[in-house]
Design a protein around this ligand. Structure first.
Ligand code: 13P
Length: 250
């Protein structure tokens, strides 16, 4: 198996003002000896302050979205270069909340991912089916289609992480069975190997996301091809995120 460093990524979504930075210093203190890579993706307004607060720690900082253009007349948007300038090293693209709230298509996600790479950011690209798609037994086709349409040709194990986030598991407390997670992660791995060759295909890290908590993390991390987690709610509090990282370290 390729040597893939475990990754614990927290997506704070639209949560957090300056006061929340105390969670970051608490987390840095708790997880000093970890061998995992730790990433926090706060709202854009906190990126620069979080980057400063994590200097000298093992916590990296990322954005939650970027525009596909380098710059220009896009009111309210942020470019990949701006995220990088603020101290980010990663950005999330294609999160289902952006696909749903902002009508982001696979094509848009692909262009955003290319823009992030051009700016020197690594990308966590999200895919996942809705409940109705799963109930109609379309999960595998949906995942294959999202991968084909949104992962650009220049993917490597350094610039790309893929997160499988079933939409129905996000923020709901519902988690797929380990068999269901394993099946999708296996499909993602095979698709990446087919398209990019075994070297690159095996080196891209695959995260599971959707209601990951300290209590269920160990079971999820034992699944083949799960190289870490993309965590929403449980990444907001240092002790909860710490419990998840501890399970990943084990
Ligand atoms: P929850 O962990 O809150 O379910 O969110 C998952 C997620 O969407 C992370 O990007």
């Amino acid at each position: 198996m390729a040597d893939r460093r475990k990754l614990a990524a927290g997506n704070w979504k639209m949560n957090g003002t300056a006061a929340a930075l105390s969670e970051v210093s608490a987390l840095a203190g708790l997880r000093r000896g970890t061998t995992c890579e730790i990433l926090l993706c706060p709202p854009t307004t906190l990126i620069e302050r979080m980057a400063r607060a994590t200097e000298g720690t093992n916590i990296a900082v990322g954005g939650q979205d970027c525009h596909w253009a380098e710059n220009g007349a896009h009111t309210g948007d942020v470019s990949a270069e701006m995220l990088k300038d603020a101290g980010a090293t990663y950005v999330i693209t294609g999160h289902s909340e952006r696909r749903a709230d902002h009508g982001e298509s696979d094509e848009m996600v692909r262009r955003k991912t290319e823009a992030a790479w051009a700016a020197g950011l690594a990308v966590i690209l999200c895919v996942g089916e809705t409940l109705s798609e799963r109930e109609a037994s379309n999960t595998i086709d949906i995942i294959k289609g999202q991968l084909a349409g949104s992962v650009p040709d220049q993917a490597t194990g350094h610039n790309l992480v893929v997160a499988y986030e079933p939409v129905w598991a996000i923020g709901t407390g519902k988690v797929p069975s380990t068999d269901q997670i394993g099946e999708v992660h296996d499909v993602i791995r095979v698709q990446l190997e087919k398209r990019f060759g075994p070297g690159v295909g095996r080196s891209v890290r695959l995260l599971y996301g959707g209601s990951v908590k300290p209590a269920n993390a160990a079971e999820i991390f034992a699944v083949e091809n799960v190289d870490g987690a993309l965590v929403g709610g449980a990444s907001l509090k240092a002790p909860d995120f710490d419990g998840i990282i501890k399970a990943l370290d084990a």
